[in-house]
Design a protein around this ligand. Sequence first.
Ligand SMILES: *Cc1c(COP(=O)(O)O)cnc(C)c1O
Length: 404
Amino acid sequence: MADNSSDIAADQSFSMEGYDMDTLVQHAGQSADVWCTDSALVPPIMTSTTFRLPGVGELGDFVYARLGNPTRNAFEKCIASLESAKHGLAFSSGVTAQFCVASLVKAGEHIISGNDLYGGSTAQLKHMSNKYNIETSFVDCRKSENFAAAIKPNTKMIWIETPTNPGLRLADIAAIAEIAHNNGAFLCVDNTFSSPYFQKPLKLGADAVMSSVTKYINGHSDVLLGTVCTNNDEINEELRSFQKLIGAVPSPFDCYLANRGVKTLPLRMEKHQENAIAVAKALAENPRVEKVLYPGLPSHPQHDLAKKQMTGFSGMISIWIKGGLDEVKIFFKNLKIFALSVSLGGNQSLAESPATLNHGGVTEEERAEVGITVNLIRLSIGLESSSDLIEDLENALKAAIPEV
Ligand SMILES: *Cc1c(COP(=O)(O)O)cnc(C)c1O
């Protein structure tokens, strides 16, 4: 695996510098003194909301659970090390993490973002624009020039997601970071689809990286949680104050689960990718499928950029089948292993229909522009056997489209 090492040790009792990600997920932030015991190998679920203070006017490492909690800190330190970041912050969900980052922008300032974001992200930016007098521009993220062209004197933040959901479009992180910095703005990248295992936006020049931990990082579809990592002290300070001011922090139990889930991130990402490559290749040859998009296939229009900025291609595939709504409905009825479910990045394979589901904040024209037509099916490839997954998809396709 190409460069997955961390060059910045997240604040740790011993230096984690230079260790591979497989080692970091096990050890970064996990030293027992971080969570107030001296010998346990696994962080406890620390439920105490308040902590004994050393003296009047003196603060200990922990004061009150909203500000910090040993279980949360262990996870925050671990995730920071994976992103090669100085600071890691956990929030109660991915959208909360995004909301806090977007709140670094003031009324009257301007945000440029990709036009093919996670539906909830677009909805949130539009909401902020309407409610808080923040200007927004949405551009096709595949051409970095589009961001340069959209810059205004009041542009404060560029927000990108790469690869995007569900168009699997890529944005050139290094090029867009340069555009942001040349114009006094900062860049935040939503790294949910690749996870830090396959992509390190901060190393490519981004100022902050956000992840919906709900997806690959936790990986077991049983925790809602979001993170932001950054090397920028000012951004960290402001985001810490949001944890304090709005209290949108994850519970100790969720932090415990996420900290446990991330331990197998490298193993899971390798298997997600191996399965996704096998499934994408099989579907590309299937006569019932009009088009397959997977950043790891040479047929993906931005495969070269994928190879340049990612060290792997993750487990998300978009396919367009030869049929309409009727065929799509029959296809889903006949799936046995894939569940018809939203979300992604979990151990089980999921399939969904973006045109009929989670794009509430997006208009019909906006959907068409990013390729969200009724025959689009998004697949989140899980950890099952790839031959069973291929058979499941082939059987459902045959049932939906008997004649080719
Ligand atoms: C799910 C998701 C989010 C939102 O995260 P939640 O944890 O559901 O709040 C943001 N971005 C992307 C790309 C996602 O897939």
